[in-house]
Write a protein that binds this ligand. Sequence first.
Ligand code: NAD
Length: 264
Amino acid sequence: MGFLANKKALITGVASNRSIAWGVAQAMHREGADLAFTYPSDKLRPRVEKLAAELDSSLLLPLDVGSDDDFEQLPGRLREHWQNVDIVVHSIAFAPQEELKGSYVDNTTRDGFRLSQDISAFSFVALARALRPLLREEAALVTMTYLGSERALPSYNVMGPAKAALESSVRYMAYDLGPQGIRVNAVSAGPIKTLAAAGIGSFRRMLDYNARSAPLQRNVTTEEVGNVAAFLCSDLARGITGEVVHVDSGFHIVGLPGLDAIEE
Ligand code: NAD
């Protein structure tokens, strides 16, 4: 029996079989959870539907996190199928592509800043609030973040402050929901080639640098990130909340990379 047997997990953010959310969904399914998925638009529904079917799920709910109406309707739509939810996976981010390159100071617009905070950070607390009436005691929520929240990195730009807000939100949400036994954590994943990552300037070079500089000397996979998210949402992690766990081959602990990683 898997360590998520008898748990119900709502997964957001599956866009393709390369999505981090897909790695999470696979790990949770393997560990025995029942899954429901959200899709952001009618156009993307068939893609999510096809992937969900691979994990024995036909429970699909619309959720564009920019839409207050979708958030309002989400609990009612979910309740038609499930009385409660044990696990909520938030794996959503967006920033306008033209802001993910060049100078942060010169390229950041008011609209781009607002939008990236809204879709990438506010959406997590909005999701928790919408689902709160269905959250079982000892439910667990998890989101995906990146080192660009803590350190300045090339091209990540406006997403850095968005991830910083998201991580801070994890702590406030954990503080708020802890008395009900509900836990909130984040996984800070190393760079992985996904659709969202393709929008970040110089991403290929970031991947190479990461692999050369990290203690494990390689990049991580969605499976590795998924396994940690599954663990964090399981009873095995009952004592962990408000935490940001790095799954990045150890890249974040490095002060100076092995000199082989630096071009002469
Ligand atoms: P992805 O493109 O597969 O997933 C991003 C998801 O965000 C998509 O499913 C997309 O539909 C969804 N989304 C965007 N706007 C939305 C909206 N308005 N409403 C609902 N959904 C919306 O890419 P990914 O890399 O798997 O990204 C998932 C999460 O992981 C993001 O938070 C990302 O910042 C984070 N992350 C990614 C990496 C990486 O290198 N790929 C590293 C660390 C963290």
